[in-house]
Design a protein around this ligand. Structure first.
Ligand code: COA
Ligand code: AMP
Length: 632
């Protein structure tokens, strides 16, 4: 018997124009599209060409005009500052309109870029929507990135204005953001015309005369700005994500297709209705934050929670249950790593019993593979369906999911269920041929990608083609490997590139190797992601020192850990480096990172046939034991 998901998938693939044209009726268009799917320039596909829209209008104004103005739109719940603040749709619209006026007053127009380096405060969400209101393109950079990473993004996006705050708060630590921003602007070659700084009372920031403005002062003088009509295909935002080198990729999101896909997903994947409360515990610096803290719940007319806290420590492992119960959330979305932290601190789920979770229907997890232990723990203690779903910054919404709004399919532990309608997901061998059901291969999506997925990289069509489309012509390469079973369930097993997933954060080991290699004492290095009980993976660096280095190994390792923190940021969680005499390589000189990672994780491995000297692997095992790995 075919399921409703299978039927929707079949319809979306057989008649994308009809399927997505129908879904697009849920969005308000200033002018409807000429073509639903514009396939005139393959491999570049565009959705809703000729359509004219505004994302902010659909997220806010439209609901106010339809009588939803007094309903809460956003709940700011911040245990780190002891604040709970609610904004109705009308209040959000008015705040966003004034913030748009503030940006316009600084010369920001349609198409200009505005970069945000901000903690999880309402002004950050308001500013994102204000950019959307003006047709300006926002680029949010996660606060855990160091000035060097921020500078790389400034150079690529060339923002006219940067919005930031004096500080962020990590549990009980105040992290001054402003010095990091100042350093980044110093390092960057593209300088912004102005910065607007939100002064938080925990730590105020010094302003640079002539460049920096005070957020509150500027806003007090600003006049509300109306929504600017943009083409459906115009960019809404750029979000940088780790690529296979230290240079991040600027993923572009459009306006029209993005709205259509997200609105469809709120109903059909997440089953959240207008007026219901939805809780995504992520950060606005990540794609999950963009799509499911900000845009999707507001497009749906739901209530979204902006949570400035952690799963544990703010104040305890019951924090999520407190938020769900206090705001009557019907569903929640977070990464499995957060649940592993909760499980570690409250293994028997005692804190769950303290709260009334009677309104809570579904838990959604994504961002990394959901290990069956975490899945079962959450199912047993919460007694609601726990839905793993798979997606990427590039796609903006899920590639595979259990679409509970369409129907709830049986859960298979370790699988994010089936390809979502719109994604023609295939498993390919290295020659690009489809493999049999159950066989592992490269997970690839037959073009075109559905609405909402990236149309290209910022100012880099060639990079888009080379990174995603070149290896398997006619397909988008997800860079994940996995298989599809007889029932059509997808299993995502591993990345096929050098990306690792640390606490749900995506990082490039290549980027970290570039940093290690820049240390004057390092001759050669390799970074690999090794298994970690809490974070899923953590990076471990192996370095060979230059001849004649007299410094103790421990000293060099300490410097390397500090260097990665300084160049990439604390988010890299790079805490372990070890010195080895040599690195294992193939006869052609390729470093055998995969073999070293298996040794570190005490997994079985096959001796690579092309290894130049097998004895090196014993040395590597010894070194890894010295830093707490390869114990099995
Ligand atoms: N600004 C500044 N620093 C930040 C930061 C931010 N926004 N976010 C994280 N950091 C810092 C942390 O303080 C930590 O610093 P430290 O090395 O000095 O301790 C470092 O970056 C690593 O952070 P993280 O990987 O988050 O580890 P953690 O030990 O602080 O917390 C978890 C572990 C599991 C509780 C945490 O990772 C978590 O809540 N994960 C949820 C994941 C998530 O939301 N993913 C988004 C995709 S859905
Ligand atoms: P990001 O772009 O940061 O969202 O990271 C995307 C990557 O995270 C994917 O390519 C996968 O490697 C991994 N990922 C995300 N969700 C899942 C999931 N549900 N199961 C397995 N891997 C996942």
């Amino acid at each position: 018997m075919t399921s409703r998901t299978d039927e929707a998938t079949a319809r979306a693939l057989a008649d994308p124009q009809g399927f997505w044209g129908e879904a697009a009726k849920q969005i308000h268009w200033f002018k409807t599209w000429d073509r639903v799917l514009d396939d005139s320039r393959p491999p570049f596909y565009r959705w809703f060409t000729g359509g004219v829209v505004n994302t902010c209008y659909n997220a806010l104004d439209r609901h106010v005009e339809a009588g939803r103005g007094e309903q809460v739109a956003l709940v700011y719940d911040s245990p780190v500052t002891g604040t709970i603040q609610k904004f109705t749709y009308k209040q959000m619209r008015d705040e966003v309109a004034r913030t748009a006026g503030m940006l316009a007053g600084l010369g920001v127009h349609k198409g200009d870029r505005v970069l945000l380096y901000m903690p999880m405060v309402p002004q950050a969400v308001i500013a994102m929507l204000a950019c959307a209101r003006l047709g300006a393109v926002h680029s949010v950079v996660f606060g855990g990135f160091a000035p060097n990473e921020l500078a790389t993004r400034i150079n690529d996006a060339k923002p006219k204005v940067i919005l930031s705050a004096s500080c962020g708060i990590e549990v009980q630590r105040v992290i001054p953001y402003k010095p990091l921003l100042d350093q980044a602007i110093e390092l960057a070659t593209a300088k912004p015309q102005a910065c607007v700084i939100l002064q938080r009372p925990m730590q105020r920031a010094e302003r640079v005369a002539g460049r920096d403005h005070d957020w509150d002062e500027l806003l007090a003088r600003a006049k509300p700005h109306d929504c600017v009509a943009v083409a459906a295909t115009d960019p809404l935002y750029i979000l940088y994500t780790s690529g296979t080198t230290g240079i991040p990729k600027g993923v572009v999101r459009d306006n029209g297709g993005h709205m259509v896909a997200l609105k469809w997903s709120m109903t059909n994947i997440y089953d959240v209705k207008p007026g219901e409360t939805w809780f995504t515990a992520s950060d606005i610096g990540w794609v999950v934050g963009h799509s499911y803290i900000v845009y999707a719940p507001l497009l749906q007319g739901a209530i979204t929670i902006l949570y400035e806290g952690k799963p544990v420590g703010t104040p305890d492992a019951g924090a999520f249950w407190r938020v769900i119960s206090q705001h009557k959330a019907v569903a929640m979305f977070t990464a499995p790593t957060g649940f592993r932290a909760i499980k570690r601190d409250d293994p028997r789920g005692e804190l769950i019993k303290k709260y009334d979770l009677s309104k809570f229907r579904t838990l959604f997890l994504a961002g990394e593979r959901c290990d069956p232990d975490t899945l079962h723990w959450a199912e047993d203690h919460l007694r609601v369906p726990v839905i793993d779903h798979w997606w990427q910054t590039e796609t903006g919404w899920s590639i595979a999911a259990n679409c509970v709004g369409l129907e709830r399919l049986p859960v298979k532990a370790g699988s994010p269920t089936k390809a979502v309608p719109g994604y023609d997901l295939r498993v390919l061998d290295t020659a690009g041929h489809e493999v049999k059901r159950g066989e592992i291969g490269a997970l690839a999506v037959k073009l075109p990608l559905p609405p909402g997925s990236l149309p290209t990289l910022w100012n880099n069509d060639e990079g888009f083609k080379n990174s995603y489309l070149a290896e398997f012509p006619g397909y988008y390469k997800t860079a994940d490997a996995g298989f599809i079973d007889e029932d059509g369930y997808v299993f995502v097993m591993a990345r096929t590139d050098d990306i690792i997933n640390v606490a749900g954060h995506r990082l490039s080991t290549g980027g970290m190797e570039e940093v290690l290699a820049s240390h004057p004492d390092v001759a050669e290095c390799a970074v690999m992601g090794v298994a970690d009980e809490l974070k899923g993976q953590v990076p471990v660096g192996m370095v060979v020192l230059k001849a004649g280095v007299t410094k103790p190994d421990e000293q060099v390792c300490k410097e390397l850990v500090a260097l990665v923190r300084d160049k990439i940021g604390p988010v890299a969680s790079f805490k372990t480096a070890t010195v080895v005499k040599r690195l294992p390589k193939t006869r052609s000189g390729k470093i055998l990172r995969g073999t070293m990672q298996k040794i570190a994780d005490s997994q079985e491995y096959r001796m690579p046939a092309t290894i130049d000297d097998p004895a090196i692997l014993d040395e590597i095992r010894e070194s890894l034991r010295g830093v707490g790995y390869a114990k099995g």
